[in-house]
Every structure is written in structure tokens, then in C-alpha cells.
Write a protein that binds this ligand. Sequence first.
Ligand SMILES: [Zn+2]
Ligand SMILES: [Zn+2]
Length: 191
Amino acid sequence: MKCMNFRRFDPAYKNSGKVGLQRGNKLEEEVWRTFADKPELLREVASAISEHVLNDDSNLAPVDDDEETVEADEGRLLTRVHRHRERSKKIVDKKKDAILKKTGRLACEACDFDFQVAYGARGSGFIEAHHTKPVHTLRPGDKTKLEDLALLCANCHRMVHVRQPWLSVEALRAILKAASEFDAKNTPEAA
Ligand SMILES: [Zn+2]
Ligand SMILES: [Zn+2]
């Protein structure tokens, strides 16, 4: 029956003169629009969701749902998994230690903002971690590796998650670069 609900959006089915089940919920259209031409991705998303459900990831519950973050295309559950992974203190602290050792600072990987430079002692040690793996590849029991995390300032992290689809760090960097080039071109030279 669910398949027949989806068929009301399927042009191939309509072209054959049939209509599918007309009553359904709004989400079906959204799911159809997102995944109709990506069956492989759909399969991965569906199996990731069912694995997490079967695994009963009840430890996901405590992460508060952030109102400014839109859900990933892959839905609420995998959004939570993402959130949970990037807020897991132990691995995030490890990441920060590693970067601090390597570069001597904790700067945003997209815009280079450094909380300590901007806020002094109060900002020291502060930066957010973003989990970079696509959420449909997250499986229960996977260990987050240091290279799965990117360090982002609070603004950049927001911008990654503020709309669908979520952005990669590279894509965000490209947006920042384009915006600053636009700015440079449109700001009159100081006399
Ligand atoms: Zn930033
Ligand atoms: Zn994130």
C-alpha cells in the first residue's frame, strides 16, 4: 500500500494511465522528491535507519534537538546520530588535543576564526566539532575517528546545518571564498 502511495508521484506510473493511491501523507512527496532518482542512496539510508532502530540507540535521546538545525535529508533519526557523534566529549577532546599539538591553535577549518584570539582567555580551548561523514553511512557501533571530525566555529557549524542539504566543509569554504571575493569587488577602495 505504501508503494501505491508513492506511485501517485511516479510519472512513469501515471503515463501508463494509472494513478496510484491518492490519499497519503505529505512526507511521501518529500521522500519521493528527495530520493526518486537516487535508488542506491535510498537503499543506504533505509538500511542505516533500520540498523539504528534495531540497535535501539537509546543513548541518542539526551542530545537536545537544536531548533536552528534542519534535519538532514535522511531524516530525524540519522540527524540525531550525527549530533550525538559530534558531541561526544571524549573523541572531541581528543581531536582538539591533536590539532592543538599539530598547529598550536584551534582555528575554524572553514573560516579560520580563532576563539582565543577573538575572546582571549574566555575563548581558549573553545571550538565545535562537526562530523563529516554523510549520515547515511553512520552505522551503530561505528567508532568515530579523529579524521571524521572537522573543527568549526559556531557560525560555520550553523551554516552547514541551517538548510538542506547539509554542506561539506569544502562547500562551505567555497561559499566563504566567493562571498569575500564578491565583497572585495564591490567595496569601493578607501580614498
Ligand atoms: Zn568558521
Ligand atoms: Zn555537524
